[in-house]
Design a protein around this ligand. Structure first.
Ligand code: FEO
Length: 385
């Protein structure tokens, strides 16, 4: 078992979860990792843990370096179970250790595990000395839960950022030595599926992080940013400020092909106006992949026929997921087809309204659109975008 020293006296002791493919509904085609870090100093400190069923692997990794009982502090940047699941097993072995966490973190720990551990609540501006090194704490609430915080070591210039800057990516590497486009795509997918609804809080966290002198960003998922720190900061700045490209996402499901024909007509309009487009049939695409492209799209266009007094379940699932994540900066178009009842538009409009998406126009065709109807839709969309 390999345990990597990422800086002198600082070890990555977390685990890779190679085969996980569903992370609370998010498709993780490349697996993930739950990163934890051990700092050897006069006060020995563990930063974050791993999912419950990897507890023994974490304990074994730490034990390769030193006796677990010597740990003085456990810094918990976030209570979500992918980082705290191993805490009960770890803390059983550390009766004298202190858990450093946010005020919300302490409250959430009590609701998760009812622990009798020794807590020390920290807030922005607090720091502790480990001996040669210091740890400074910065609260980053809602990036991703109310308890989230990041921990910065100024002597090492390392930011332990937890969910922020993470990627669901399992690797035998520890640093960002893999192709940047692969890592960045996973960082983007992570941001879109986890952090997008909290972009205003991400802006505040990012502003504070930009003032730090950083040589490594060590997140709790995926690879450590070492070679590409300006690139990931630049990307986070774009995403957190909801900056859109000249881009449209067109997403639909179809029963007998009518809605699909309209999807092409809508696509032709955006193509004619020079937009980049992404074109997703929900029979073949997962919502977490579609959302990734919504992150930097100016327009989101959604189509469904009426089905059983409602819409296609795949489109309803997408709209539900979108509603939970999307920021109120997007414009959109709805389209579809119907036989004798137009409930499809009613349902889709309600989702758009609740999501805060500005509805530019809607197109609903009775049964099968002919060539003229499709051409009229294309011309209408061209005139409105
Ligand atoms: Fe990786 Fe919000 O937990």
């Amino acid at each position: 078992m390999k345990t990597r020293e990422i800086a002198k006296g600082i070890y990555s002791v977390g685990v890779a979860d190679w085969n996980v493919r569903n992370f609370h509904g998010y498709l993780t085609q490349k697996g993930t990792s739950y990163n934890a870090y051990l700092i050897i100093d006069e006060k020995i400190t563990l930063i974050d843990t791993v999912k419950t069923h990897f507890s023994q692997e974490l304990i074994d990794r730490i034990s390769q370096i030193m006796s677990l009982e010597k740990i003085d502090y456990v810094v918990s940047n976030h209570v979500e179970m992918d980082h705290s699941g191993a805490m009960p097993e770890v803390m059983k072995r550390l009766p004298n250790a202190t858990v450093l966490t946010s005020q919300s973190g302490e409250k959430e720990y009590k609701l998760h595990f009812n622990p009798d551990w020794k807590f020390q609540v920290v807030k922005t501006g607090d720091s502790i000395s480990l001996g040669k090194r210091t740890l400074n704490f910065l609260m980053t609430p809602m990036v991703h839960w109310p308890d989230n915080m990041v921990t910065y070591c100024p002597e090492e210039k390392i930011l332990f950022s937890n969910d922020a800057f993470g990627q669901h990516l399992a690797s035998s590497n520890y640093f960002d030595d893999e192709p940047l486009d692969v890592i960045m795509e996973e960082a983007k997918k992570y941001y879109a599926n986890i952090i997008m609804p909290y972009s205003s809080q991400a802006v505040a966290a990012l502003d504070a992080v930009k003032k730090m002198d950083i040589r490594m960003i060590a997140p709790s998922h995926g690879l450590i940013w070492k070679n590409n720190i300006p690139a990931i900061i630049e990307s986070y700045t774009k995403w957190a400020h909801c900056q859109a490209d000249k881009k449209v996402v067109i997403v639909w499901d179809s029963m007998y092909g009518s809605t699909e024909k309209i999807a092409y007509a809508v696509r032709n309009a955006f193509e004619a106006k020079g937009y980049q487009y992404k074109f997703f049939d929900l029979k073949s695409n997962h919502v977490s992949d579609v959302i990734t492209d919504c992150l930097d799209a100016e327009y989101i266009c959604v189509g469904s026929p009426t089905l059983n007094k409602n819409i296609m379940p795949s489109v309803a699932a997408f709209l539900t997921y979108l509603q939970g994540l999307v920021t109120k900066t997007k414009k959109g178009i709805l389209f579809g087809s119907y036989g004798w009842a137009q409930q499809n538009m009613k349902f889709m409009e309600r989702y758009f309204e609740e999501s805060g998406i500005e509805l530019i126009d809607k197109y609903n065709v009775n049964f099968i659109p002919d060539k003229n109807a499709l051409q009229a839709i294309t011309e209408s969309v061209i005139s409105k975008i």
